[in-house]
Ligand binder design. Structure first.
Ligand SMILES: *Cc1c(COP(=O)(O)O)cnc(C)c1O
Length: 455
């Protein structure tokens, strides 16, 4: 038997997102803070940047949240996404482990990002917005925003981290194909961008900088809605469509994962796949071991601090209590652009603090090695981000071989790498660097984390 596919029909598709805030033990999640007053952000303040329904979701402690019919109809264009058992990879590794992966690359833009771009565009449209503005790292989020905007007949403007803009010209072309405008960041279009370029004309950009630019553009045009690619509670919520489906698909497989693994940038695909399984555990069901995998070059969970910090370099947006490397940290230009984030979703941070999720960091060449091995056995060329999850899944499967134990391992294959073949080329040429920021560099970035008195 080659790879086995566990498919759900459209009528078996989940109709709700899962909100882990309903099941987390202990105190409520620390609130976001207003950057001017350093007081908890009020609903009225949130209403400046978010439609009512998204605020509701951001703060909700309801367990099940209904997916609007219009959103479900669009999801059904490519969902439920397949869950595969990787029989060829298992054979190649000679492992007794059962390896499963949930594949999000079948979405029109090639990753999990449209799962949240679609509902965010939908709610913004309902609120009367005619366009969307956002930032993007590797271009996956920008593409998803462009797609969602085109489905809802809205405009889209995307500030794209400059290093990725240059590395991935086809991502820009994809956004333009959907009708969006894509601007390399830092740009001369905003105050934040101009200030940064004055000090550092060759600045490669960062997600934090691009976020500041998008927020500034948003603040100047009330017809625009600002949409978020990761980290926020409501984004993680929308992504749980992945794990809600995977729970049912594991039932079809008559199996249950001992281990669930996801790559981690802002934490949305990781949360999306793992939260529904963690929810089962928190409600007294079967326990799972969950591993978040991040790049060694941007070690937010493994070497960061838990503190209130800004999500954006320009300090325009709210502060979140999260693992952070400091909002001034500009990560090395690794090819997993979607994982170059100095902070992470507060819900992921909380799960790591509570011992529900473990974190590990891996070097990019070891990830590409795993990605190539996966492509040659399973046929799918993974996104550089996804190779982080594959690396750890393979290592765990090899450990099973050594120990002679048979575990079920499920990992998130968050996207395909068809736009990332230049990075594969570099890997084959042996020119990929393994950056490992030293303690001094991290300490310098961490010194920029604001001192906030916590109640
Ligand atoms: C954006 C992206 C990621 C990282 O973002 P998360 O919010 O951490 O999921 C991972 N994989 C792919 C393919 C992406 O596009």
């Amino acid at each position: 038997m080659e790879r086995i596919r566990f498919s759900l029909s459209e009528s078996e598709a989940p109709t709700t997102w899962y909100n882990i805030a309903a099941d987390l033990p202990g105190p409520a999640l620390a609130p976001a803070l207003n950057p001017e007053t350093m007081q908890p952000l009020t609903r009225a303040e949130m209403a400046h940047t978010m439609p009512e329904q998204l605020i509701e979701q951001e703060l909700s402690t309801e367990r099940e949240i209904e997916i609007p019919e219009e959103v479900r109809r669009i999801y059904a264009m490519w969902r439920p996404s397949p869950l595969f058992r990787a029989r060829r990879l298992e054979r190649e590794l000679g492992t007794p482990a059962r390896i499963y992966y949930k594949y999000e690359g079948g979405a029109p833009t090639g990753s999990h990002k449209p799962n949240t771009a679609i509902p965010q565009a939908y709610y913004n449209k309902l609120a009367g917005k005619t366009g969307l503005v956002t930032e993007t790292g590797a271009g996956q989020w920008g593409s998803a925003t462009a797609l969602a905007a085109s489905f809802f007949e809205m405009t889209a403007k995307v500030y794209m981290v400059k290093v990725s803009f240059e590395q991935k010209p086809y991502r820009r072309a994809l956004m333009e194909t959907y009708g969006a405008t894509c601007v390399p960041s830092p740009s001369n279009e905003t105050e934040v961008g101009r200030t940064i370029l004055k000090n550092d004309p060759d600045c490669p950009g960062s997600l934090g900088i691009a976020t500041s630019e998008a927020l500034e553009a948003f603040a100047q045009d009330p017809s625009l809605g600002y949409v978020l690619g990761s980290a926020a509670n409501h984004v993680l919520l929308h992504q749980t469509i992945i794990g809600q489906e995977a729970l049912r698909q594991m039932e079809l497989a008559e199996d249950y994962p001992d281990l669930v693994i996801g790559c981690s940038g802002g934490g949305s695909n990781l949360a999306g796949l793992t939260f529904p399984f963690l929810g089962e555990q928190l409600r007294g069901g079967r326990p799972v071991r969950v591993i978040a995998v991040e790049p060694a070059a941007c070690p937010t969970l493994t070497r960061g601090t838990v503190a209130y910090d800004y999500a954006d370099t320009g300090r325009l947006g709210p502060l979140f209590r999260m693992h952070t490397l400091g909002h001034e940290f500009v990560p090395p230009a690794v090819h997993a652009g979607g994982l170059r984030a100095h902070g992470i979703g507060p819900l992921i941070s909380r799960c790591v603090e509570d011992g529900l999720i473990e974190a590990t960091a891996v070097a990019q060449t070891a990830c590409f090695e795993a990605g190539v091995q996966f492509a040659r056995s399973e046929g799918i060329v993974p996104a550089p981000e996804s190779t982080h999850a594959i690396r750890v899944a393979i290592d765990e499967a090899l450990r099973c071989r050594e120990e002679g134990t048979s575990k079920a391992i499920l990992f998130g294959l968050s996207g395909h790498g068809h736009f990332d073949l230049a990075a594969y080329d570099k890997y084959f040429a042996g020119t990929l660097a393994d950056d490992n920021p030293d303690d001094e560099l991290l300490a310098r970035a961490a010194s920029g984390i604001p001192q906030v008195d916590q109640a």
